[in-house]
Design a protein around this ligand. Structure first.
Ligand code: SF4
Ligand code: SF4
Length: 72
């Protein structure tokens, strides 16, 4: 299975949590104490080892803040 890595652009993120909601691998959680430069709660990758590069988080982000990298 492919492995993935995601990068979240803090300057684009608006803290909606869609990436957390739609990652079925449970890789992402909303931080309770980290904020974007605009003051939104920031999602963080809590389980990077589980990412399979499916790309759903990137597709669901309404602000194009998630880049997904796939390693074969
Ligand atoms: S690429 Fe898929 S598995 Fe990886 S963090 Fe995004 S939704 Fe989760
Ligand atoms: S879906 Fe995009 S804007 Fe929403 S919390 Fe995730 S990275 Fe931020």
């Amino acid at each position: 299975m492919a492995k993935g890595e995601i990068i979240i652009d803090e300057n684009k993120c608006r803290g909606c949590g869609y990436c957390v909601l739609f990652c079925k691998q449970g890789c992402i959680v909303m931080s309770e104490d980290r904020f974007t430069p605009l003051g939104y709660l920031l999602p963080v990758v809590s389980h990077p080892d589980k990412c399979n590069a499916c790309g759903i988080c990137g597709m669901m982000c309404p602000h194009y803040a998630v880049e997904v990298y796939k390693f074969i």
